[in-house]
Structure formats: C-alpha cells, structure tokens
Design a protein around this ligand. Structure first.
Ligand SMILES: Cc1cc2nc3c(=O)[nH]c(=O)nc-3n(C[C@H](O)[C@H](O)[C@H](O)COP(=O)(O)OP(=O)(O)OC[C@H]3O[C@@H](n4cnc5c(N)ncnc54)[C@H](O)[C@@H]3O)c2cc1C
Length: 331
C-alpha cells in the first residue's frame, strides 16, 4: 500500500504521485484534477489508454495484479495503481507540427496512404507503434498510427482505411489534395516494444492495425529480440484485396525471423477465420502479446490472454477506437 489507508497513489516506472480520493469521480478524473496527465481517449473502456495495474486497493473487488481502466474505476477508496509508462514523459514528447499533404494514394482495398510534410528543421520523432493526431481546418481530429518518418525528407506516412460515412474518410476520399494544410500532433501512446523475456512473442493485427506492428518491427534488430522466443505475426483482413504493405511486412519478417499467418473473415474461397480463432488454438504459456486494430479484437484477445494465463503485464494493445458510437463491421 501507499502507507496511509485511504490514500490513492498513482505510480509508474521512475515516479509516483498521490491523488485525493473522491466519492463521486473516477480515478482518471481525480488524477487529472491533481495534474497527472494520464493518457485517455474514449472514457468508456474501449481505448484502454488509461488502463493501470492494481498494486493494492482498499476495495476488495479490485484484485492486486489485475488491470483496470481508470476511467471506469471509482476514486472513493484508497489504493496503489501502476501505469506502464511515465505520463509526464509521454506528454512531453508530443509536439504540434503544421503539416502539408504531399501524397495521397490508394494502396489496395479501401486503404489510402496519406503522406504529410513537416516544416524545415522539424522532424517528428517517434517510437515504432506510436500514433499522431491529425486535425483538419474544420477542427475535426482523428488519431492515426505512424507508419514511418523519413527524416531526410521530413515526410510522415499514415495508412488509413476508409470508413463508410466517416468524416475523416470523406475528407480523405473526396476533398483532400496535395498542398492542403493540417495540424499533426504527436507522438502519443505506449504501444511500443518492451523487451520482455518471453517463450514466444505474438504480434496480432486486424486491418490497418498492421501499421503500428510493422513500425514496431522495423525499429527492431535481432539483438533486441534475443529473449523474445519464437516470433509470430497474425494479421486478419476481410478479403485478400484488403492487403497492403505486404512487401514491407515480408521483408521485415524475413530479416527478423518472424513467421506470419494471414486470415480472412470474408474471403469466399477457403476457410473464413479471424485473428482470435488463430490465437484460441495457440499455447500462450510464457507469451508476450501485442495486439492492434479493431477494439473488439483487442478486447477478445485480452480476454483470451487472461483465460490462457498470460501475465497481464505482457499483454500490450492499441485499440483503434472510433470517435463516435461503435458500429460497422469487424475485420
Ligand atoms: C490510437 C489509434 C490509432 C489509430 N490508427 C489508425 C490507423 O493507422 N489507420 C486507420 O485507418 N485508423 C486508425 N484509427 C482509427 C481512426 O482514428 C478513425 O477512428 C477512423 O479513421 C474513422 O474515422 P472517420 O472520421 O472516417 O469516421 P467517424 O466519422 O469517426 O465514424 C463514422 C461512423 O463509422 C463508425 N466507424 C468508425 N471507424 C470504424 C471502423 N474502423 N470500422 C467500422 N466502423 C467504424 C463509427 O462508429 C461511426 O458510426 C486509430 C484510432 C486510434 C484510437
């Protein structure tokens, strides 16, 4: 415990901060009010950005070692909750860049490449797996995983799957043109490779969820992976025509010795499968798991990891939550 019963302590690697308990607010709200910049987004437990481990709690329903979403956890009782990364450091590394659209291209299925140019002397630094927010002139803001930054040309690339009726998708598909100005802010997120000793390391993605996984893998060398066991990517799409970035994925998998499984949920020839179907059949003893993409897939994988006894500290996720009510179809 933090020492005093009834005290709330938020801690992270290298630091901690006490927060006042409050009968009427969530731990996230109480921590934000105390100035702890805990990353958060959806406030409904979809994005998992404010998740923390229970170290100790005065609430017997919160088991030590379990993971909770601070936006949904009452701040009424004391306890110690641990974040996986320093929230102040995460906030400090994010910067705002004015950026210009320099390339728009369809890359297969319903996915588009958007390339943005940052001003002279301003290169976006990021760790593979992180994302940025893009704000249009209208004020509409959406988050996208950073596929790559070419430091020589200052170009940042994103791969965006068009969502029917989606506001950003409509801008991208109908209005956007080279030369348009947007605001880009980032990098954000803690979905980065953790170097945890594991019997196997799984990288799971649906659709454009492959973008942060690919960026993460591209940032690694074989030396980084010495204690990671067998390495495996499972990528789910609706149909083969949805595939993109395949050459880059093949190249990095060959370089790092990562095996790949691809599954399709709506392909008419062959067996229809989802990422979760593949994982359900796997032995996950001692595994480290990275899952990115559709929030339902991420939630199911986290559930499966609990069932299969994976250490919750070895399960990392990047849920592509939508900014409005969840709807539509899942790859
Ligand atoms: C951390 C993070 C990283 C992300 N990275 C990427 C990325 O690299 N590439 C990418 O394409 N997207 C990514 N997303 C999702 C992205 O932020 C938008 O939610 C998505 O592009 C839809 O925006 P929109 O404005 O076009 O649709 P909206 O106007 O937000 O939504 C319109 C309607 O479509 C539904 N909807 C929205 N998205 C989907 C979906 N994917 N499937 C089914 N229905 C949907 C909504 O519920 C809503 O009813 C990421 C999200 C997060 C939180």
């Amino acid at each position: 415990m933090s020492g005093l019963s009834g005290e709330l302590l938020i801690r992270w690697p290298g630091g901690s901060q006490a927060v006042l308990t409050s009968p009427s607010s969530s731990i996230l709200d109480a921590a934000l009010a105390a100035g702890v910049p805990i990353p958060h987004s959806c406030l409904r437990s979809d994005c998992l950005q404010c998740s923390a481990f229970v170290v100790a709690s005065d609430d017997s329903a919160l088991e030590p070692g379990s993971r909770v979403d601070l936006c949904q956890t009452s701040a009424a009782r004391g306890g110690v909750f641990e974040l996986s990364a320093d929230p102040y450091q995460l906030r400090a590394s994010a910067k705002m860049y004015p950026a210009k659209v320099v390339e728009l291209a369809s890359v297969g299925g319903e996915t588009m490449l958007l390339r943005l140019l940052t001003p002279r002397n301003q290169v976006l630094g990021f760790q593979g797996g992180q994302y940025a927010s893009i704000t249009l002139g209208s004020g509409l803001t959406r988050k996208y995983s950073i596929a790559g930054v070419a430091s020589a040309t200052r170009e940042v690339s994103f791969y965006i799957r068009m969502v029917q009726g989606g506001q950003f998708s409509q801008w991208l598909g109908r209005q956007a043109k080279n030369g348009d100005l947007v605001r880009m802010q980032g990098p954000y997120g803690d979905f980065v490779f953790k170097r945890q000793p594991a019997a196997k390391t799984l990288f799971l993605a649906t659709g454009t969820g492959i973008v942060p996984v690919l960026a993460m893998l591209e940032a690694l060398t074989t030396a980084d992976l010495t204690n990671s066991g067998e390495l495996h990517v499972v990528w789910g799409n609706r149909v083969r025509a949805d595939l993109f970035l395949q050459d880059r994925l093949d190249a990095i998998c060959a370089r790092l010795g990562v095996s790949q499984t691809q599954v399709f949920s709506r392909e008419s020839d062959g067996q229809r499968m989802r990422v979760t179907d593949v994982v359900r059949g796997m032995n996950l003893a001692g595994a480290a798991v990275y899952a990115a993409g559709n929030p339902e897939m991420v939630r199911d994988i986290r559930g499966l990891c609990v069932t299969k006894g994976v250490n919750p500290r070895f399960v990392h996720s990047d849920a592509f939550t939508f900014d409005r009510a969840i709807g539509g179809e899942v790859a």
